[in-house]
Structures are given as structure tokens and as C-alpha cells.
Design a protein around this ligand. Structure first.
Ligand SMILES: Cc1ncc(COP(=O)(O)O)c(C=O)c1O
Length: 378
């Protein structure tokens, strides 16, 4: 007992911590020494090629972050004012931002309490002749049922953008998530399965979309006369330094995913008997949970996640709240988007959901300490 309270005073267990290996440092140093430090260098191309191979796509386009990837995806699909794009209500704001920045309208669908992903049965209720695309986001590394999603998109002739930011290395059946969308997007932020510090990727099998995304990433420079630009693009390039880190990290993706699964499965096994909380299961018929984050939802509505997070922090345990739903965002209320809407599942998750430390070097004894504190609080 004494030992445990000593631990809480001495160290803080963060929710995530990037893993930078000596090999990572070696390759970055090598790139720096070669002088290829901007986006114009061989490593960017190698990273894109290796990534395509990994997720089984024809083309990948490395960009500065996952939000940039989504913005490019929307514009590349020619989505504009008057168009509607269906997105999850319980997600990162980047999904909505990408749509709004092109003048189109995001239409939100509530989430499923069993897996926190978009409620598939409600998607078609929101489709009309203005609907151009669906953004499907694999929330907290739990795979959406892609057969059902693809069927909806095909039947209604709408594009699928697959936001795979949180699921690099996750499989749906025997195919990698991120290999299903007309365009799929990824993030390499420091808390993701693999990181480039900041960074992102767009993947597609379509030649024209590949060309368009490449152009949009790089200011739409003229094909013939370089400085006679063809459209309004962005500088959303990634550096060669980041790409060399990405190549190195990608090499150990399988072992990273394996370790994250071990951590998630351990927590699940030890916490499953606590009837006051809900966690997504390690396995369902079509996929295995790779636990990008280990999320916990409090069943007792008298206990807010914010209270539990504060308490865990005092024990030296990092914990973070879940996403805040789109229809309750301050900025969207100001903009009068999603007016008078009610999405009870996302509202519930945002108030009663939180996630706990699951970084790769987390020790079993630290997990046991975290588990004991959660069981004590809940
Ligand atoms: C599902 C999802 N999509 C997109 C993003 C945006 O990625 P980035 O932070 O690289 O812009 C994130 C960020 O964590 C995310 O979780």
C-alpha cells in the first residue's frame, strides 16, 4: 500500500508517449546530414511507396497532418457549396472543418453506444440529392462495418472518405482499414500508432484523385509554367526529415500494434467485471480492437468523467475526456450549424467517457495501479 502511494507522488503516467528508437534518431540524423530537409527529397517518395504497400493502395500522398489530408480529400472530390457530406457527430472536429472550409454542409449522425462509431442504420435517413459523400471515421481504433458502409455508398452513389487517422494497422476482415475509401486519410501526430511528429497521409486507388491531391498539397503549381497556378491549393507538404522518421516507424508497425493490443486486452480482462463501466470489446466478428486508446465509459450518470479524470490526475495517472460532439461545439452554435438537434448517444459519451494511459512502455505494475484506482473510484 505504501509502495503504491509512493508511486503516485514520484511519477506521472501520461495517456500517451511517442516511441522514438535509436534507429529513428539515426535515420533522421542521416537525412539532416545529407541536406534533404524540405519536402523535396527521396524519403518522402519512399515513405509514400512503403505506406501504399502496407495499406494495399495504389497511391499515397504524404501531407503535413491528418486535418490537411481531410481538407484536400474534400476539395479533390470537387465537393463545394450546396453539397452535403455526412459525418459522425462523435468525432474530431477536423471532419466537420474540412467540409465547412469548402463551403459545403456537414450533416451529422449520432454514434452507436456499442462501438462509438457512426450509427450505420441512421446514415441513409440523412441521404438526399445534395449528399455527395460520407466521411466514416474509425473512432478510437474500432473498425466500422465496412461491408455495410460500402453498400450504402454504392447504392446511393456517394463518395466514401475513410478517416483512418486512429487505425493505422487495424484490419477489417483481412484488409487494412484505410484501404476502403475512394480517398482515405491518416494522421501521424505524436499519439498515433506511428508518428512523424506532425504528419498525415492520403491514400487512393484512383489515378486522377492521386494527381489532384498531389497538386492541392503543393499550391497547384502549373504543369507547364510552374508559377502560373492552376487552382487554389495549400502548402500542406511534409518534410523529408519527417518522412525518414515515418519510414523507420512504419517498419515496426506490426510490433507496435501487437503491443497496443496486449495493453488494451489486459485492461479489458481486468476491468470487465466492474459493472459500473463499459469498454469496447477486444474482438468482434469482423475485426480485432487494436486499442489506439483505452476508453472507459461510466454507466452511472451521477459521476461525470471530468471528476474521475481530476481524481486520477491526483493519483499521478493521466486521463483525457472523449470528443465533444459536433452539434454541441461552441463555434458551430455561433455559426448556427446543427441547430436544435439532439444526439443523445454522443452527448452521453462526451460527458461520461475518458481514456487512460496506454503508451508502449507502460509497465504491467503501472497498469495494475491504474486498474486499482479505477475500481476504487468507480
Ligand atoms: C479521427 C481523426 N481524424 C483526424 C485527425 C486529425 O489529425 P491531425 O491531428 O494530424 O490533424 C485526428 C487527430 O487526432 C483524429 O483523431
Amino acid at each position: 500500500m505504501k509502495k503504491k502511494s509512493k508511486l503516485s507522488k514520484k511519477k506521472f503516467l501520461p495517456v500517451s508517449k511517442p516511441q522514438v528508437s535509436t534507429h529513428d534518431i539515426r535515420v533522421i540524423t542521416k537525412t539532416l546530414k545529407k541536406g534533404w530537409i524540405s519536402s523535396d527529397g527521396p524519403e518522402v517518395k519512399i515513405f509514400e511507396k512503403e505506406f501504399s504497400k502496407k495499406v494495399n493502395r495504389k497511391f499515397s500522398i504524404a501531407v503535413s497532418n491528418g486535418t490537411a489530408a481531410l481538407e484536400i480529400a474534400i476539395k479533390a472530390l470537387n465537393i463545394k457549396k450546396g453539397d452535403e457530406v455526412i459525418i459522425p457527430n462523435f468525432t474530431i472536429i477536423s471532419n466537420a472543418i474540412a467540409v465547412i472550409k469548402q463551403g459545403a454542409t456537414p450533416i451529422v449522425v449520432d454514434c452507436d453506444l456499442n462501438n462509438w462509431n457512426i450509427k450505420i442504420d441512421d446514415i441513409e435517413k440523412k441521404i438526399n440529392k445534395r449528399t455527395k459523400a460520407l466521411i466514416v471515421t474509425h473512432i478510437y481504433s474500432f473498425a466500422n462495418d465496412m461491408d455495410k458502409i460500402l453498400k450504402i455508398c454504392k447504392k446511393n452513389k456517394i463518395f466514401l472518405i475513410e478517416d483512418a487517422a486512429e487505425v493505422i494497422g487495424l484490419k477489417y476482415k483481412n484488409k487494412y482499414c484505410g484501404s476502403f475509401g475512394d480517398i482515405s486519410t491518416f494522421s501521424f501526430y505524436a499519439n498515433k500508432q506511428i508518428t512523424t511528429g506532425e504528419g498525415g497521409m492520403i491514400s487512393t486507388n484512383n489515378v486522377k484523385l492521386n494527381d489532384r491531391c498531389r497538386s492541392l498539397r503543393n499550391l497547384c503549381f502549373g504543369a507547364k509554367d510552374r508559377f502560373n497556378h492552376e487552382d487554389i491549393g495549400w502548402n500542406y507538404r511534409i518534410t523529408n526529415i519527417q518522412a525518414s522518421l515515418g519510414i523507420s516507424q512504419l517498419k515496426r508497425l506490426n510490433s507496435i500494434v501487437k503491443k497496443k493490443m496486449q495493453i488494451g486486452n489486459y485492461y479489458y480482462k481486468k476491468l470487465i467485471d466492474n459493472k459500473n463501466i463499459f469498454m469496447t470489446s477486444p474482438k468482434i466478428s469482423y475485426s480485432k480492437n487494436i486499442y489506439w486508446v483505452v476508453g472507459i465509459v461510466i454507466k452511472n450518470k451521477k459521476i461525470l468523467a471530468s471528476k474521475v479524470i481530476k481524481k486520477l490526475n491526483t493519483f499521478g495517472i493521466g486521463a483525457r475526456p472523449f470528443f465533444w460532439p459536433m452539434h454541441e461545439q461552441k463555434i458551430f452554435k455561433k455559426m448556427k450549424i446543427f441547430k436544435k438537434q439532439n444526439h443523445p448517444n454522443s452527448s452521453y459519451l462526451s460527458r461520461y467517457g475518458f481514456y487512460i494511459p496506454s503508451y508502449l512502455e507502460l509497465k504491467k505494475k503501472d497498469m495494475d495501479y491504474i486498474i486499482s484506482k479505477i475500481n476504487k473510484l468507480l
